[in-house]
Design a protein around this ligand. Structure first.
Ligand SMILES: Cc1cc2nc3c(=O)[nH]c(=O)nc-3n(C[C@H](O)[C@H](O)[C@H](O)COP(=O)(O)OP(=O)(O)OC[C@H]3O[C@@H](n4cnc5c(N)ncnc54)[C@H](O)[C@@H]3O)c2cc1C
Length: 261
């Protein structure tokens, strides 16, 4: 069973600062980590390989330093890793990111399952998994909390919903996104760390992917970030006086005046 895991390197903090001039994240001095949800995706892939045999390939679109994260994936049990890195990929929104990942997966050719995290902790959209499935014309199941069985080219999985969970069967190849309830990720082994150090991680750019230049990076992005800002937290408090009716009327007037309703 050949599994592809999509990993994204993200800032290892939720206290990110935004450069008001450029509207981009200030990345200086911030340690990068593997997107936490993607560590569950990787663990799920490694466990499937241990159960059914096959190969795990980790892929990531990102700057050259994402190589470090991919080596960590190898130390944990991924067999191969591929970095998708090119200046042309910069400024990608989810559409361009999904297109780039889809080109790489098409180039890899042989796969039964693609596993993503449910969302990232920086972009936070949860769009890449479903967009990827759409671009590859594959079935997609989101919020998978358990992979029950893989048999005869079919998977049976549990997906979390608000009231409990659903059991879904779908043909392979397919794309799934996983939640943290699916497993507890392992720690790297000494053998894995040694293997990761000497692993060769190819970097594929737009040329290697035979990608349409108009569909990658900023050029291929259907959205533009016009402004990013943190809402100002005010500490103003006012206790309204009078009867309940007049307090409600006064509250509604104040909310209207401040454009909140
Ligand atoms: C107009 C615009 C410009 C942007 N410019 C930049 C920029 O210059 N630099 C920048 O860093 N970000 C930029 N972003 C953010 C970037 O587009 C998103 O982070 C990216 O598209 C992925 O979306 P997400 O983080 O919401 O992933 P989600 O959809 O939340 O991710 C779901 C899952 O998809 C997989 N996945 C997501 N991204 C990747 C990836 N890159 N490689 C492998 N797997 C992945 C992971 O498994 C992840 O758990 C920009 C966004 C917009 C809208």
């Amino acid at each position: 069973m050949d599994i592809i895991v999509c990993l994204k390197q993200v800032p290892g903090t939720t206290q990110v600062k935004i450069d008001p001039q450029t509207n981009t994240l200030v990345r200086q001095g911030i340690k990068n980590i593997t997107n936490p949800f993607d560590t569950y995706a990787l663990e799920a892939a490694i466990r499937l390989k241990e159960q059914y045999g096959g190969k795990v390939t980790a892929i990531s679109m990102g700057p050259p330093q994402a190589d470090e994260m991919l080596r960590e994936a190898i130390s944990l049990g991924a067999d191969e890793a591929i970095l998708l890195s090119d200046r042309a990929f910069a400024g990608a929104d989810t559409l361009a990111t999904s297109y780039t990942l889809a080109r790489a997966i098409t180039k890899i050719e042989k796969y039964d399952l693609i596993i993503c995290g449910r969302q990232t902790i920086d972009g936070d959209t949860g769009q890449v998994g479903p967009e990827l499935a759409e671009m590859l014309s594959l079935p997609f199941v989101a919020y998978v909390s358990k992979i029950e069985e893989i048999n005869n080219g079919q998977m049976r999985v549990q997906r979390m919903i608000e009231e409990g969970y659903e059991v879904i069967e779908a043909p392979l190849p397919a794309v799934i996104s996983v939640v943290k309830e699916i497993n507890v990720p392992r720690l790297p082994s000494l053998r894995g760390i040694t293997r990761a150090k000497s692993a060769v991680i190819p970097a594929w750019g737009a040329k290697e992917l035979d990608a349409d230049q108009d569909r990658v990076g900023l050029a291929g992005s259907a959205t533009r970030v016009i402004k990013i800002f943190f809402p100002q937290r005010g500490k103003r408090a006012e206790i309204l006086q009078g009867s309940p009716q007049s307090q409600v009327a006064s509250l509604v007037t104040k909310l209207r005046e401040n454009g909140l309703i």
